[in-house]
Ligand binder design. Structure first.
Ligand code: HAM
Length: 424
């Protein structure tokens, strides 16, 4: 550890990159508005129990990945590893289900998981997620796929794939679990250590194991399909039919199970061909039991979360990211003393009009100030010379065509007009 190194698995996002984030954030707001989702901001930490109960004790996140600490009042708190449980907590705390249903909420911000960092996998990462609470309608599952696709397309992303599966509900899943255990038990020697340890706690998770040596056994594993109860089977068929009608391409992946206990029925993931091992640029699903699990009345729900860093990586891989660096509207060159004071006054006036007005704070030579204006890409340079100041004038130079004109310092509105209108 050094004072000049950030913690492992975290990122700084600064000039040159943050502009891309702003563009993406703007697109997120636009897509959410079009789909009728409103923003909800929840705390970065919650009571640990919320995630233990919500995500499930036997999941990787709860067992190994949470940033959990005791505060000075000895309460166990956890930096949020995901946004769904906090949204449900807020939904219940503020009785948001008391009005019109479904309630559609979105969130954007950092999540924290103690994972092994690698390209596209961080310990602090950003999610844009959304949740629709209060309806079983398969059309809402479809919406939870359409909305992120809309966002990916709005960003210009191509080469992504939707994978989809149904993992059933508490009435049909137990018999599947049982069949999986019976299938894996005699083959336990062929499984990796992590699969062996999960076999009885969470047998479904074996299906998404990526370890090479497990693949042969996994390929022959029984499928959920045959176990779906009629309600789940019908729901899934409707989701797929809507997707077909809408012309949305998807791949049925019977091994898609997801690492949260709250899911029921439909689960989905979007992967990008642009990324390596961490290729999921977003994932989600239906979770009809979570609201009840957290103490509310039975309320079906469905949602999705996009990994923002991964989306940006995928876009970068396709050369879709362009930072449009706007330079200052005006760089105010001065000669120190009274000219500096006048330049500062005019800078504040222009800034008050919403224009980026820059000036020298290091008492540099005129040549150095002109160089700085060029380097920043300023549209205009305003020159505050002593002689001009004595006549209450200033020189305005258009940096695109080199044209200069003198203006009256008493008429700053005209200056603003020229910089504003002609500078566009
Ligand atoms: P998740 O699959 O854990 O689902 O995360 C969603 C997305 O967040 C992933 O597809 C990935 O793009 C990104 N992500 C996850 N972990 C990391 C990481 N360590 N570093 C970088 N990106 C990461 C959820 O979190 C669910 N709450 C989604 C949901 C919402 N389900 C229903 N509603």
């Amino acid at each position: 550890m050094t004072l000049t190194t950030r913690p492992r698995g975290t990122n700084d996002v600064g000039p040159g990159e943050i502009e891309l984030w702003h563009q993406l954030e703007e697109k997120i707001r636009q897509v959410c508005a079009a789909y009728g989702y409103q923003e909800l901001r929840t705390p970065l930490f919650e009571h640990t129990e919320l995630f233990q109960r919500g995500i499930g004790e036997a999941t990787d996140i709860v067992e190994k990945e949470m940033y959990t600490f005791l505060d000075r009042g000895e309460r166990s708190l956890t930096l949020r590893p995901e946004g769904t449980a906090p949204v449900v907590r807020a939904f219940l705390e503020h009785n948001l289900g008391g009005g019109a249903l479904p309630v559609k909420l979105y969130y954007y911000g950092p999540m924290f998981r103690y994972e092994r960092p690698q390209a596209g996998r961080y310990r602090q990462f950003t999610q844009f997620g959304f949740e629709a609470l209060g309806s079983q309608d398969p059309l809402l599952d479809v919406e939870a796929i359409m909305l992120p696709l809309e966002l990916y397309k709005a960003c210009g992303l191509s080469g992504f794939e939707v994978e989809i599966n149904s993992i059933g509900c508490p009435s049909c899943r137990p018999s599947y679990r049982q069949e999986l255990v019976e299938y894996f038990e005699p083959r336990v020697d062929q499984l990796c250590s992590s699969c062996r340890s999960r076999l009885h706690r969470n047998p479904l998770r074996l299906l998404d194991c990526k370890v090479e040596s497990c693949q042969a056994v996994l390929a022959g594993a029984p499928r959920m399909e045959a176990h779906l109860c009629s309600e789940c089977a019908d729901h899934f068929a409707q989701v797929l039919a809507y997707l077909d009608e809408l012309g949305v391409a998807y791949r049925l992946n019977h091994r898609l199970v997801r690492g949260f206990d709250y899911y029921t029925k439909t689960v989905f993931e979007v992967t990008s061909s642009e990324l390596g091992a961490q290729n999921a640029i977003g994932a989600g699903g239906r979770y009809d039991g979570l609201v009840e699990e957290l103490g509310g009345k039975a309320t079906p729900a469905v949602g999705f979360a996009v990994g923002v860093e991964r989306l940006l990586l995928a876009l970068e891989g396709q050369g879709k990211l362009q930072v449009q660096q706007e330079g200052p509207r005006a760089y105010l060159v001065h000669f120190g003393g009274a000219t500096k004071r006048k330049a500062a006054q005019v800078a504040y006036f222009l800034r008050g009009k919403g224009m980026w007005a820059e000036l020298d704070y290091l008492d540099r030579s005129i040549k150095a100030q002109m160089k700085a204006a060029n380097r920043l890409g300023s549209r205009y340079v305003l020159i505050f010379g002593e002689e001009e100041l004595s006549r209450n004038r200033l020189i305005v130079r258009n940096m695109q065509d080199g044209q200069e004109q003198e203006l009256d310092l008493e008429d700053l509105e005209r200056l603003a007009y020229i910089l504003g209108e002609c500078g566009k």
